[in-house]
Design a protein around this ligand. Structure first.
Ligand code: GLC
Ligand code: CA
Length: 527
């Protein structure tokens, strides 16, 4: 199981309200006790933080807000000593506009080698006053910006502070091979490749009128999923294979259908890709079953493991999605004006859903805080918001801040123990007190205890390497399956269902089952 750490929000060691690397180091025992095999860290590199670090100004250094390289080394050493592998985020599609290369490009003339590392073009219109094409940014607005006093425009699929590299330029390739080596030499076990489906754009940059929604299950258009991308991953795989141990890559690629996604995990490319179809699946037995079958079939075609993920730092936490009246609907964010999720129902379903996720063969990815059952912050005041998506859409999109709120570690402490002070870069809702890790540590029925139990059993029964077999489901809204010795019953409906024979190993509800499994609940049975 791989656990995603969003460093800004995990643990703050010095009280400035921003999580940091020493904060992570201090919590590694907690992760080890949870049963984590590896951690994936969202970016901690030097960055003006225009997109929370996904705008990198120096790929080979730690941003002072997170610490320094020596802090990274100590974190890595301690993680390895605890048997936890470390995967870092690689952001190759774009840099920060404050990256030395982009600054040099701005100072260099059109057609210069400095500009050729990015995608600069002349505009359209008599004076070049219109963008070179009609592409839209994933965060809203035009995907092109014309810097003050300049003739040319540059492309940015995301924020204007995130200029896209030109991956057809060999210099970019060389630079990133060097960056990979930098971190591999330091001892990292792998990379999560950001926007892995976006680095190569169709030649000629043709106009495209489709929508640019990021969380609708797959980007399409001439800026996404181009075949030449795979040459890059083949080159990277060769490089990784030069190193000892199992160094790996996992793709963040919002492509559809799963057969296209499987191309990223062919035997000479990446080892894994996030399964966003699973993340986006509704609270619906049929839909879940279809997605699971499709995922397993497509990854089997290329001989790679499937992944299972329900939440990350880019979408509404699944506890809250499952608490909406259209459960599993795909909101872009939830604010105070929107329908408020039923928190108790959402949590109940999330506790049931993890029985499915962790029973499936493949790699499970958890997002920090889901082991506490944390909900989305759905009533955050706009004045606190930081996500560029909020600003670029004039607030039409709430953005992703609601899932990025700093974690509660100690119920009675300032910032709920996130750090030694009151400071927290995003406000924490009062409800976070109930979810604090220290309370859950002491409660055998807590979500934290449940996750620990399930992860222990998953390891004990080898479920990650096992095989899935669907069993005859007793009802349309119930999933029944077996993986080795473990039978899983997930009741997605509201009505109870008779419990089959077998010794309960784990269950999502606290009360004894007495012959039936209630609605929105799940159980693992032996036999
Ligand atoms: C990925 C990241 C997201 C970021 C975007 C631009 O989708 O997960 O957080 O905003 O890339 O780098
Ligand atoms: Ca800090």
């Amino acid at each position: 199981m791989i656990y995603q750490i969003y460093p800004r929000s995990f643990a703050d060691s010095n009280g400035d309200g921003i999580g940091d690397l020493p904060g992570i180091t201090a919590k590694l025992e907690y992760l080890s006790k949870l049963g984590v095999d590896a951690i994936w860290l969202s970016p901690f590199y030097r960055s003006p933080q225009a997109d929370a670090g996904y705008d990198v100004a120096d790929y080979r250094d730690v941003d002072p807000i997170f610490g320094e390289l020596a802090d990274f080394d100590s974190m890595l050493e301690k993680a390895h000593a605890l048997g936890i592998r470390v995967i870092v985020d690689l952001v190759p599609n774009h840099s920060s506009d404050e990256h030395a290369w982009f600054q040099a490009a701005l100072k260099s003339p059109a057609g210069s080698p400095e500009r050729a590392r990015y995608i600069f073009r002349d505009g359209r219109g008599a004076e070049g006053e219109l963008p070179p094409n009609n592409w839209q940014s994933v965060f809203g607005g035009d995907a092109w910006t014309r810097p003050e006093g300049q003739r040319q425009w540059y492309l940015h699929l995301f924020d204007s502070k995130q200029p896209d590299f030109d991956w057809r330029n060999p210099e970019v390739l060389d630079e990133f091979e060097d960056v990979l080596r930098f971190w591999l030499d330091r001892g990292v076990d792998g990379f999560r490749v950001d926007v892995a489906h976006g680095m190569i754009k169709q030649k000629g940059l043709p106009d495209w009128d489709g929508s640019q929604a990021m969380v609708e299950g797959g980007n399409v258009g001439p800026m996404w999923d181009q075949d030449e991308l795979h040459d890059i991953y083949r080159a990277w795989r060769k490089l990784l294979d030069e190193y000892d141990g199992d160094r790996m890559m996992v793709a963040e690629a919002w492509v559809k259908p799963q057969a296209r996604l499987a191309r990223y995990i062919r035997h000479d490319e990446m080892q894994q890709a996030f399964n966003f179809d699973y993340l986006l699946a509704r609270w619906d037995a049929n839909e879940l079953k279809e997605v699971i079958d499709d995922s397993l079939a497509q990854s089997a075609q290329v001989g790679a493991p499937t992944t299972w993920v329900m939440s990350n730092h880019d979408g509404v936490r699944h506890t809250s999605r499952f608490g909406l009246s259209q459960p599993g609907a795909r909101p872009k964010g939830i604010n105070a004006a929107a329908e408020q999720p039923d928190e108790a129902l959402g949590l109940r379903r999330a506790r049931a859903a993890i029985h499915l996720t962790l029973a499936l063969p493949g790699s499970a990815y958890l997002y920090q805080g889901e082991e506490l059952g944390l909900p989305e912050h759905t009533t955050m005041e706009d004045r606190f918001r930081q996500d560029p998506a909020f600003f670029r859409t004039d607030g039409h999109e709430v953005g992703r801040d609601g899932c990025r709120v700093p974690l509660p570690w100690i119920a009675g402490a300032p910032s709920y123990g996130f750090g030694p002070s009151e400071a927290s870069w995003l406000p924490q809702p009062e409800s976070f007190a109930r979810y604090a890790a220290d309370l859950q540590e002491r409660d055998a029925e807590s979500t934290l205890s449940l996750y620990r139990r399930l992860l222990g059993l998953r390891r004990e029964y080898g479920l990650g390497e096992g095989e899935l077999e669907w069993l005859q489901s007793p009802r349309k809204d119930v999933l029944k399956l077996r993986n080795g010795a473990v039978t899983v019953l997930l009741n997605l409906g509201d009505e109870p269902i008779a419990l089959p024979a077998g010794k309960p190993l784990a269950q999502s509800v606290a009360q004894p089952l007495e012959g039936e499994l209630p609605g929105n609940a799940a159980v693992w049975l032996l036999g």
